[in-house]
Every structure is written in structure tokens, then in C-alpha cells.
Design a protein around this ligand. Sequence first.
Ligand code: SF4
Ligand code: SF4
Length: 430
Amino acid sequence: MSDYREMWKELGLDLEAHDQLMAVIPQVYGDVYLSQKNRPEGMSYLDFVMSEIHGLRIKELNDLRASGRKVVGTFCLYIPEEIVLAAGAACVGICGGADWGSAEAEKILPRNLCPLIKSFMGFKLTKVCPYFESSDVIVGETTCDGKKKTYEVLGEYANVYVMHTPQTKDESSRRLWLDEVEKFKGKMEELTGKEIDLVALVKGIATVNAKRAALKRLNEARKVDPVPISGKDALLIQQVAFYDDPARFTEMVNKISGELEKRIADGIGVVKKGTPRILVSGCPMAIPNWKLHHLVESAGAVIVAEEACIGHRYFRDMVSESGTEAKEKLSAIADRYMKLDCACFTPNKERLDNILNLVKDYNVDGVIHYSLQFCDPFTVEYVSVEKAVKDAGIPVLKIETDYSMEDAGQLSTRIEAFLETIKESQGVTL
Ligand code: SF4
Ligand code: SF4
């Protein structure tokens, strides 16, 4: 890592604060990840990516910028990655998964904002995130109120562009969204100086579809009992999807999936057959937020699916590759993003249907609903989720938490009691 100090300095990072952050991550990663037994060999790629989280990938992005290309930072699934790639730019998800810098954020933002918002604002204010500092533009969106208003504040510190996302799925909302998608194309053309034509759109769509298909293949393997990969490892792969080079990432995920398929054929699992299978549903878990997965899997269950933005919502739907004109491609992109079932939508019946489908497809024994503190959309939508899941005869546990480990003991006790309920009702031995 020491080789990168000059690069971090040039990016304007606060080197002292950054050193402190860099001292923490390997320790946590070692405890949460490297302590696992029987991991797929392909996870060594993810170990390497994590060991270079602020190194090699940042160098790649900066080399790309030196060659005249741009980097676009995003926070939400609504930002069409296909268009960013079509403009020849790189798209990176800015992490908001740690409470580093949140105290700084609280000096200017209300305390009762969700930890994800305070996290990204804190990373910016404390100048410890090289992805933030490598981004030529930060693209926000008007999903929840907290983010919407925070982008106005963030605009004082960074070059911010905001997409206006719809809240319902009727025809007039779809027209508004298509208009936003077209405006975003214009913004990307202005940023990069490159015209986004049909060929570029076809390529951008194919690249992102291939990435989503690879994640879909990986997640197929998690349907099997015994499951060949832990929920923690699967979560990490889905987190890295947001900032790795898309073609390389797709190739590596397909390689890991091949290994998992071989494990399935050989009857090899990371846990024994019959281990309680949990679906986690709710707020996104941005890197390095591994808290819930670690607690659940340490308690003797296995997480087999994430109904979340870092999870099925990201890879479930593809952009249609039909159409022979740039206009049709943009329309297909708009249609794909209109299918997202974020809790910011109202009504949002699709999300309930999707949760129940996952319960069935992944043979789930229990659902844990995860909301970040002060996240109104997901916390309130839990009322409908709880009813739908209970009506389907599946136990459900509501967890509301932040990024600190202060409540870890209390959460573990609740999770253990929940697993006990599942065990009693199904005669499963933990
Ligand atoms: S939960 Fe909603 S607002 Fe948050 S990243 Fe996902 S789509 Fe965007
Ligand atoms: S977790 Fe909830 S409150 Fe936080 S940014 Fe996402 S939708 Fe908004």
C-alpha cells in the first residue's frame, strides 16, 4: 500500500486519517472473512481486490483519467450504468457502509439521518475515500428525502448531478423517467465530450447485462442445500460489483460460479445440509457493511439471498437488447429501471411479490428484514412485508440498526432466539 501514497496525496486525501482507516479494514476483513472455513478457491480474487481496495483499482481509475476518460460516482441503483459505460467513462459505487466520518457529517447534517447518508457525507468531509476524490461527477437521485436534500449540501463540496426518480409506475411517471434518462445521456456526453451513439449503447447494455447474468448464475448456486458458498462471501461479491472493472469482474464471477457448480455436483457445501436458510430483505449493505451477515452466520444459519440493492434488485432485470435505434435503446434502459422495486416507490406491491418468490425459489426457512436506523421507506414498508411473509407461513424478524457494533450482542441474542424458533418449528439441528 505504501507505493500508493503519492497517488493518495495527489487526490487530496487526508493521509493521516486515511492511514487510520486503512489500519482498521484488514483487521475487520480478517475477522469476518478470512476466518471462514472451506471457502471457494475463487474467493482469493475477492481477497486480492479487498487488499487493494484503495490501491490498484484507484490506480486503474486514475490511469484512465490520465488518458482523458472520466469517472462517475453513484449511490443508487437508479443511475443507468449502461449510459456511463456508453460514454466511455467508468462507473463506481461510492461506499456508504461504515460510520467513519459520521461525527463530522453530524456537524452539518441532522443526527437522525440514516447511517448510509451520514457515511457518504462523512467520507467526503474527512477526505478518506479515494473513489469520491477520483470521481469527476457524483450522480445523485431524488429517491428518499434524506438523500435528496443531502445532495444539495454535498453540492457545496463536490460536482453533483441529480437524476429525478419517479415514485409511482404509471405512464406519466415512465415518461418523466425516460426524459431523465435522455437528459442523463446528454450530461454524460457533455462530461466526456463523446457522442453516445447506437454502437456505444449496444456495448454498454451488453457489458452490464453480462455482469448481471454472472451474478444471477452465482446466486442460482445458492438455491442448493447444502449451499456451496456462504452468505458473507456472496454479499462481498455483490458489493464489489459496484466498483470493479465490469468485464474482469464478470469473468471472475463466472469462474467462481463454475467452481460452485462443481461443488454442487460433488455434494460439497460450506455448511451442513439442513442448516437454516435465511433471506435478508431491506436496505442496501454497502461495503464494508458485513455486520448482519456475520452475526447471522456466526449464530449457525446461512444467508441464501439478499432482497436488496446489493443483491437481487441489482441483477434481477436485464435491459432488453432488441431495437435497432439509439432511441429504442434508451427506452429499453428506462423500462428496465422502472422495474426496480425500491421502498421509495408507492404503491410497491412488486416488492412483496418478489420477496415471496425468493422465499419459494431459495427454500427459505426465515426472513430477516433489515432496515437502517431512520430509513423511513424501508422501516415503514416492513408493515406490509411482515404481513405478506407471515401470511405465507414463514417466520420473520425485524432488525433496525446502524453501522456501529454497539448493539451486536443484543442483535445476536435476538437472532439466536429467531433461529431457535425456526429449529423448533422444523426440527432442524443447529
Ligand atoms: S434502496 Fe432505493 S434509494 Fe437506496 S440504493 Fe436502492 S434503489 Fe437507490
Ligand atoms: S437506506 Fe433508506 S434512508 Fe438511507 S439512503 Fe437508502 S432509502 Fe434513504
